[in-house]
Design a protein around this ligand. Sequence first.
Ligand code: NDP
Length: 453
Amino acid sequence: MAGKQPEYDYDLFVIGAGSGGVRASRVAAAHGARVAVAEEYRVGGTCVIRGCVPKKMLVYGAHFAEDLEDAKNFGWTIEKPSFDWQVLRDNVLKDVDRLNGAYTDTLENHGVEIIHERAVLTGPHEIALGDGKRTVTARHILIASGARPHVPDCHGHELGITSNEAFHLDAIPPRILIAGGGYIANEFAGIFNEFGSKVTIINRGDQLLRGYDRSLSDRLLQISIAKGIDFRFNAEFRGIEQKGDCLTVSMTGHEDIEVDCVLFATGRVPNTEGLGLDTAGVELGEKGEIVVDRFSKTNVDHIYAVGDVTNRVQLTPVAIREGQAFADTVFGGGNPVAVDHTVIPSAVFSHPPLAAVGMTEGEARNKLGNVKVYQSDFRPMKNVLAGRNERSLYKMIVDADTDRIVGIGMIGPDSPEIMQAAAVAVKAGLTKADFDATVAIHPTMAEEMVLLK
Ligand code: NDP
């Protein structure tokens, strides 16, 4: 009815302007919803501000160390190359500023109101902002508050840093200890090692990159050791003590180690505290994550959650899809859209990088029983001429009964770039015969994929 006041201030209130929250806000607004998004830090979230994007730029920067070394055998003479961390750091941070602006513009151009304050649920449809003096109401609420680094609760933990701070260091630490053996640990180990730090990884278990094929993570371990990174396994973090400018780290099963910097890369925990979720009656899981159904809906009918805060798959492209599916489902006026969380490709931007899609060999054997494994273990042409003794490993796992490819894993230069295309084939259910029928592009590393015997 003309002139009637809307029942709520907004059709959608989003908490968190990261990958999932930004996509959901933008798409919901494009569907005609009145949308506000609260972000207490910067628009863009972990991936853009202190994650994937600046990390990848550091990976590029770090790789020059090897490229400059390799250049000699290609005939280049480069006199005394030197590296200035502050130049790279500041350029990266400048680009982060640019992206922060671009994300802000996108939201504003879609008519999304950005509220730079903390938001807390104070009722099923009510949100308190900032110091709590102002409250707003919304028909639907989306929690997209992400996750934060987990820091072990040990003596002196406050002396360590997390990936958040790694992008802002004043200088490259001569000696750095990295706790954890997952994505962030291996990516930053490669970065700091290339920049000249003495890197030690300590991991509570005996395996790196759990979830990836063991032969790939073993290959990364072997190459990392050859590059000079030290590893200590079955080492539970005990504590840190400051001695002058140095930090002494103690752990189980190994001697203390003295370093200049400690980086915790021991997983990420969902940001669910202090959001008033209990007031709104939203159910949390064992790790504090928001429990959602396949449409990202919580146990409360009008409250949804996407991205890392749900701890389904902590990857940006997944959060983006979840945000899009949520907005299309709730505001698109069509059929509900669920995100397919199967066969998600992923990569670790270590030195060299590693990438995978689908099942590992172990998973396939447990699930299917009858599998065939095709493998290529080769030295890329560029490494041969450079005199770099680093071998790549490609692995294809095939359901022996149907010839369908159920998994691919690879480690070697550009493997994430190659994997993105190969993942389409695995997702589409192609067979080994389909790969065999495809003519190779020669000479490439990727051609190994269609030549596997
Ligand atoms: P990961 O889950 O990859 O690895 C965590 C590591 O820390 C594991 O080795 C784990 O050991 C160990 N660990 C966990 N809890 C403890 C603890 N209490 N004490 C000691 N060690 C512990 O987490 P990250 O922090 O590296 O990254 C977080 C997430 O962010 C990733 O899971 C990934 O989803 C995402 N990410 C993705 C990237 C990409 O796509 N390239 C890059 C960076 C992050 P154990 O194996 O025994 O559990």
